[in-house]
Design a protein around this ligand. Structure first.
Ligand code: UN1
Length: 500
């Protein structure tokens, strides 16, 4: 199918795809696939005001009814899974299965949020005073700004939006400038759900703003956007986080990762190899959860590297639409340049590198295709501690588990981590208080491909935010502690006497 047909099959019209100022390129072949209209910064106040109006109405709709809108969204996503998955492939360069997987992740969070809409539970709390009752109530908080990155152009919006909607919060979405088309296609699907839902969804409940930093800054700066969820680089987060806090907003930050796998002597090596390959080269190494560091016990390190190098030799790199391809293109030429520069630095720091070169044979012209790289490092040097959004793994050795855990934790980022071991003491130590310092820590599976049921996010420079499952919904609501006195006395807490 031509690029244009993929876009029109997802419901985008000729008028929406032409005549705008933002040029959109497909990483598959670098061609310009659309020129879309950008939101002007001066439009932002009206957009935010509209979200505030929508909030005033939506917060009064009962939460299970709000869940019904998310249920319909899930249904519409199921109907449009292939079409939307194809746009993800076109615009982000993911292989077909990963494009579909991303839409499945959206469906999953919708299902989760529908159930959650009947479970916005607060506690009842024992009061220390006679004739008193304490409880907590969760209330909607207000419009939620969602800034997403190119690598998960739609799933991250859905984690935030499915929860924000059931929690009573309108959403204003600013997608990456590299992936506005997936966002536009998603809004078409959302509109179908809204249409079926009927009148109690106010205008302005879901809005899309397209453009550059200025548009994002308007969301970041506005007191009328109390929740700001941002996914992207640590550099972006270090600007966004303080700005949102400065105006007493609530940031939910999902920033860089530098995810490691410890491979212990008892590990099932073949399984570890499969997990390494998927998490290191899947999505061409452009997930925030991608595996970037392998910390292998010295007794198995050489064997592991040999097996990995062999597996890497036959990896099918190429057109992500083609069956059998496992490694699609990087997002653009700049990303390939950054990969090249990182490998150059790694060599200066003593690396022995396998792979990593540009691939030009049997791939579409114009895309940034690369052979995934393995860099054997003498130590965890500066480049290893830096996140490069590309399929590079740095392999290092260790002697004791304490040493391996110290290395795993000795990076600025704290998103995801894992250990491959059949030794229960090692596995449990890794998950213990003195183990991995990451938001995600796994045993015998890789660091990427998390399910939506768990809270997603990480510590340190990853930003501390949690999205998706578990009790991440609480981030989208305000907690109110209520004390009710049903007695005829007015006793004070802590036994304080204040008689008048
Ligand atoms: C991201 O890369 O921003 O765990 C999100 C995973 C996916 C989400 C990644 N479920 O790899």
């Amino acid at each position: 199918m031509s690029h244009r047909n993929v876009l029109t099959a997802a419901g985008l019209t000729e008028a929406e795809l032409t005549g705008g100022t933002l040029s959109v390129h497909s990483p598959i072949d670098g061609t310009e696939v659309a020129k879309v209209r950008e939101t002007r910064p001066e439009e932002m106040p009206a957009i935010i005001a509209k979200a505030q109006d929508a909030f005033r109405a939506w917060r009064e709709v009962p939460a299970p009814r709000r869940g019904e809108l998310v249920r319909l969204l899930g249904e519409e996503l199921r109907n449009a899974k292939e079409e939307l998955g194809a746009v993800v492939t076109l615009e982000a360069g993911k292989i077909v299965s990963e494009g579909l997987g991303e839409v499945q992740e959206m469906i999953d969070i919708c299902d989760f949020a529908v159930g959650q809409s009947r479970q916005l539970y607060g506690l009842t709390i024992a009061s220390e005073r006679p004739g008193h009752r304490m409880m907590e109530t969760w209330h909607p908080l207000g419009p939620c700004g969602v800034i997403t990155a190119f690598n998960f152009p739609v799933a991250v919006w859905s984690w935030n939006t499915a929860l924000a909607l059931i929690c009573g919060d309108p959403v204003i979405w600013k997608p990456s400038e590299k992936t506005p088309l997936t966002a536009m296609a998603t809004m078409k699907i959302m509109e179908r759900a809204l249409e079926r839902f009927g009148d109690d969804a106010p205008d302005g409940l879901l809005q899309l703003v397209i453009g550059g930093a200025e548009i994002g800054e308007a969301l970041v700066a506005s007191k009328d956007v109390p929740i700001l969820s941002a996914t992207g680089s640590t550099r972006m987060g270090s600007v966004v986080g303080p700005k949102v806090m400065e105006r007493w907003g609530r940031p939910i930050l999902e920033l860089g990762g530098n995810n490691a796998m410890i491979v212990a002597p008892s590990a099932d090596i073949d399984m570890a190899v499969r997990a390494i390959v998927f998490s290191a080269v899947g999505t061409a190494g452009q997930r925030c959860t991608s595996l970037r560091r392998v910390i292998a016990h010295e007794s198995i390190r050489e064997d592991l590297v040999a097996k990995l190098a062999k597996a890497y030799q036959t990896l099918p790199v190429g057109d992500p639409r083609k069956e059998g391809t496992l490694v699609g293109p990087l997002i653009d030429g700049k990303a390939r340049e950054q990969m090249r520069a990182a490998l150059k630095t790694a060599k200066e720091e003593g690396a022995h590198v396998h792979g990593g070169e540009a691939v030009t044979d049997n791939v579409p012209d114009g895309g940034a295709y690369v052979a995934p790289a393995i860099a054997e490092m003498p130590a965890q040097s500066d480049i290893v501690r830096t996140e490069t959004f590309a399929p590079i793994i740095y392999v290092m050795g260790y002697d004791t588990l304490e040493q391996a855990i110290a290395m795993q934790n000795d990076v600025p980022q704290g998103l995801s981590s894992c250990i491959f071991t059949l030794n229960m003491r090692e596995a449990e130590s890794f998950l213990s208080a003195v183990g991995s310092d990451c938001g995600i820590a796994n045993v015998n599976i890789g660091p990427s491909g998390a399910e939506i049921g768990g809270a997603f996010g990480g510590e340190k420079e990853t930003g501390g935010g949690r999205e998706s499952g578990s009790d991440a919904w609480k981030g989208y609501m305000r907690r109110q502690t209520n004390t009710v006195n049903y007695s005829a006395e007015l006793p004070l807490a802590q036994g304080v006497k204040f008689d008048i």
